[in-house]
Every structure is written in C-alpha cells, then in structure tokens.
Ligand binder design. Structure first.
Ligand code: HEM
Length: 135
C-alpha cells in the first residue's frame, strides 16, 4: 500500500511542531509574546491538523488515491507557510515588508480553508455508504 501522502503529512507535522515549540520556548525565555498567534497556528494547523491528516490517510489508505488528496496536500502545505510568514511580518510590523501582508494574508488563509473543504469532501467520500473504505 502506498503511504506517500500519509508519510508526507506525518513528517511535515513533526517539522512544524519543532518550529512551533522552539518559538514557544523562545517566547517564554524572552517574555516576548508578540508572535503567540504564529506559535498557536503553527502548532494547531501544522502539528495537530497535519498529523491528523497523516493518521487519516494511514488508517484509510484508499482515501489517498486520486486528484482530491493531492489538491488537499498542495493547498494545506502551501497555505500554512504563506499564512505564517505573512502573520509574522504583520505582527513584527517590518516596515519594508508590510506590502506583502495583504496578499499573503489573503492567499495563505484562503488556501488553508480551501484545503479543509477538500479534506471534508475526502473524509465524507471515504466514510460514506458503499464507498466507505475499511481501515
Ligand atoms: C514546549 C512546548 C511549548 C511551549 C514552550 C509553549 C509556550 C507558549 C507560550 C510562552 C505562550 C504565550 C503565553 C502567553 O501569552 O502568556 C503560548 C501560547 C499558546 N500556545 Fe504554546 N507552547 C508549547 C506548545 C504548544 C502546543 C503543542 C500547542 C498546541 C498544539 C500550543 C498552543 C498554544 C496556544 C493556542 C497559545 C495561545 C496563543 C495566543 O493567545 O495567541 N502550544 N505557548
């Protein structure tokens, strides 16, 4: 059975948790909480969501076949870094980069939300009626 998509999500999830906890550790050490929303979203959309995607595709391998799961991966994996970089620039108010904030904060969250909708379709299809794939 091909676990490529599952493996990709599981591995990315642990990369995001490493980034997220290092940022949290730095915030705690310095008492600088400016980037708390970046920490929270990296951990929740990166670590928690991506690990769950990986576990789902591992438990229901049939759900990883076809175009939709590839679209889901592309949307989720592109969207989060764009959103997190945009949010970081916004929170740090980097003057020379502020022009990037509107496009990034539209594109990133839009990709992430679209990815969630695609994932919802994938879960409904994989768990519904005659097409349900046994784990
Ligand atoms: C060693 C691991 C972690 C460290 C050192 C850490 C550290 C921190 C710190 C210092 C804050 C700011 C607290 C404040 O504003 O007073 C924070 C907030 C937060 N953390 Fe973590 N954290 C860790 C892991 C996690 C994980 C695994 C998650 C979620 C899966 C998480 C989710 C959040 C959320 C939702 C907030 C609130 C953000 C906000 O109010 O904007 N953290 N964390």
């Amino acid at each position: 059975m091909d676990h490529k998509l599952s493996t990709l999500f599981l591995r990315l999830a642990v990369v995001f948790i490493l980034l997220g906890v290092c940022l949290g550790y730095w915030m705690g050490m310095t008492h600088n909480f400016t980037l708390s929303p970046v920490h929270a979203h990296t951990n929740l959309l990166g670590w928690v969501s991506m690990f769950l995607y990986g576990l789902f595709y591992r438990a229901v391998p049939g759900a990883a076949a076809g175009v939709l799961p590839k679209a889901h991966a592309a949307l989720a994996i592109l969207g989060l870094p764009i959103m997190m970089i945009g949010l970081t620039i916004q929170l740090l108010a980097v003057p020379s980069l502020m022009g990037l904030v509107p496009p990034m904060m539209i594109a990133g969250p839009t990709l992430v939300v679209l990815g969630m909708f695609v994932f919802a379709v994938i879960v409904f299809r994989a768990t519904g009626g005659r097409q349900a794939v046994a784990a």
